[in-house]
Design a protein around this ligand. Structure first.
Ligand SMILES: Cc1cc2nc3c(=O)[nH]c(=O)nc-3n(C[C@H](O)[C@H](O)[C@H](O)COP(=O)(O)OP(=O)(O)OC[C@H]3O[C@@H](n4cnc5c(N)ncnc54)[C@H](O)[C@@H]3O)c2cc1C
Length: 292
């Protein structure tokens, strides 16, 4: 079947494979393009897509009953809070059970999705460097509340690559961060509907085409980030809090918004808030990603 009659699913993480299963069950033809060599996305420890935040001791913090797909329960012999190896195996089993694996193209990174003549031109680069563009009738975007969403054209900008996205001003970063005010705190959240601390700061930068590490410690230690003293903070700078002077003990990050205040996703009792900067004992320091 020509690609133009198919749907393109980008990514074979937990969302992508669920999308494939539902499309398959409804008889809708699709291609799934996956950057890495395996399914599972974030849950694949040491994933060769280099995007996974899974660490050696990671277990789920939502119970297996809550996290499992309704169409495919987790095995009875799994503990209530399985580790990442068990979760990755569960996703492998899910994909094989529904016969999805052969429909997933692995080591295929989507470089751009551009609307052309009522279709979507998807450009993919294989691991060996080969590049090709295909037209699809639809590209599936998963949203956290499960609905399909439409963006007004005037608020949509299409860039051929991340490099082409204009560098944001400090004011734009703050404006973006403020759009997330009052969203709930969820550990590991970075959906736009709920955040943890580094999910908030990472998302704000990513919206403007700057991908910074997922977690607070690595955000502080990224080679692109320069340390800045508290006396010369500028909007957009990231402030870090640690159990010691060691960056590996960082447990919290917030973003400076000017006038002695910062925006943060603080804890599960506190929706995203703007609050005075705290420079007490646990303040570790600040870094700057925007150098002009
Ligand atoms: C430390 C940590 C702990 C967590 N704990 C829990 C928990 O206990 N319970 C829970 O429910 N959730 C938890 N989460 C959240 C959960 O991991 C995510 O919600 C989930 O992984 C999202 O699935 P996804 O498929 O949307 O994204 P991902 O898992 O990130 O998968 C995205 C996939 O898309 C692929 N991809 C990305 N870009 C491209 C591209 N350009 N071209 C082709 N492919 C691409 C990637 O290679 C990847 O395979 C946790 C997250 C973290 C970081």
């Amino acid at each position: 079947m020509p690609a133009a009659q198919k749907v393109c699913v980008i990514g074979a993480g937990s969302s992508g494979i669920a999308a494939c299963q539902v499309l398959g069950a409804r008889g809708i033809a699709f291609d799934c393009l996956e950057k890495g060599s395996e399914v599972g996305g974030n849950w694949r420890y040491e994933n060769d897509n280099e995007l996974s935040s899974a660490y050696r001791s990671l277990h789920i913090n939502t119970s297996r009953g809550l996290m499992a797909y309704r169409t495919y329960p987790m095995p009875d012999d799994y503990p209530d809070y399985p580790n990442h190896f068990q979760i990755a195996r569960y996703f492998d089993d899910y994909v094989d059970h529904f016969g999805l694996r052969e429909k997933i193209r692995f080591r295929a990174e989507v470089l751009s999705v551009v609307p052309v003549d009522g279709e979507w031109e998807v450009t993919v680069q294989a691991r060996d460097g080969d590049r090709e563009s295909r037209r699809y009738r639809a590209v599936l975007v998963a949203t956290p509340d499960r609905g399909a969403k439409w963006l007004p054209r005037k608020r949509t900008h299409v860039y051929r690559s991340e490099k082409n996205i204009p560098r944001p001003t400090r004011r734009q970063l703050v404006r973006t961060a403020r759009t997330f005010l009052h969203q709930p705190y969820v550990w590991a959240g970075r959906s736009g509907f709920a955040f943890d601390c580094s999910g908030l700061t990472g998302t704000v930068y990513q919206v403007h085409g700057i991908t910074i590490p997922r977690d607070s410690g690595p955000q502080a230690q990224d080679p692109r980030a320069r340390r800045v003293p508290a006396s010369s903070l500028r909007a957009g700078d990231l402030l870090f809090y640690s159990h010691s002077s060691d960056a590996d003990d960082i447990f919290h990050v917030a973003m400076y918004v000017g006038h002695g205040r910062m925006i943060e996703a603080y804890d599960h009792l506190t929706p995203v808030r703007v609050t005075p900067v705290r420079l007490g004992d646990s303040y570790w320091g600040a870094v700057r990603y925007l150098h002009r």
